[in-house]
Design a protein. Sequence first.
Length: 427
Amino acid sequence: MQSRILLRSAVAAVALIGGALPDRAAGPGGTPTAASLLPARARTGDDGNFWDELQRAEAGYSWHKIAIQPSLTYRAYYTDNLFNYQNRASQQDFIHNISPQLLLAREFYPGVWEMALSVGYTPTFIVHSFYGENDRTYHLARIHLDGRRDEQSLSVDHTYNRSSELSSEVGFLLPQESQSTLLSYSQPLSGKLSLSASAFQRLMDTAVSAFASTRSMKSWGGDGFVLYDWLPKTTTGIGLGASYEEQGGATGDYQLLYERLMTRWHYLATGKLDVSLDVGVQIGQGLSLGGRDLSPTPILQAGAQYNPRYGTSFSLLAARSTGFSTVQSGRSQTENRLTLGARQRVYQSMTASITASYGQGASDTALSGVVAPSLSYDNYTVGFQYDWEINTRLRLSGFYQYMRRESDAARETYSNNQVGFIVNVAL
């Protein structure tokens, strides 16, 4: 049973079709959900050809000990402000997103470890009805490894993403190519004490057309927590973290070093209420020539989910973070985000969900001494989605999303309406 849960967890981590889509196409729950994976049930014995050995499962296929899960997602939507400008004249469009996806997963047992490996790839073809010069092909590839040994757990995740992302900082699409890696490990120490640690890297190139240049962003870092189960349902802890960030662009290279002191609190109440909170303080030093230190700033990452009864759930996510500006060389960016959500099962196979989010940010610290205008903004989003799971292989969704942005930068205050539908088929 534990190994099957491990396999499902590894596949769920990779099944992120929406990662290859532009954010302007993301509905309130715009990421299609891949069909659940069944453990591979393969024939054993002779070395027959591939088609003889391939078996149909409830969701996907199995071949020897490899679970194979192909799917296809078609997403179509109308937008009344394609380029997110203040003047919306002649900028309406109807956009088609076609995303085939292939997931492969396998369990294996090196020594005393139980491991589950999953690999996924999704190209997304973006076709515009009226602005064909904006047609694009995006690529998302991901590999995920989960491992268990007694009470120890290990996970490794690597993602490659080439797409255009809606920048919260400037409010329009920026072509990006990124690779990110996350390593997580946890184990008990003694009694009620346990250790949780993680390390990451992120490499990203962003084409900033409005600034006629490309930004290269690199970051490496890690965190470690010592946790204490001081009540049956409550865990608290204290941790330290550090990260190094580097930004390259037309005006030079800049480096920042961050140190963090954090506390962690987690409360889990019998499956109905789950609350987690990481809060702390972060300081930064500018390492490049002419750089200056950053004042201590609070950082936050919080989440809560409440399930009062079967089929009903409410969620909250809040975060505050600081890092390099995406578009301005030598500047830091501070962003605050809050997202609220509610989900209700209407019938056995239908679900309605609504989300509302608010983001506020500013880039106002000159790390390099270069004089440049600061940017501040407020982003508001409200969305509704209705899902109908017809069977284990076919899922239909309809959605509506409203976005509004207010900014002190010229031409960056706008609103945007989107309405569309999604068809997800497990092949």
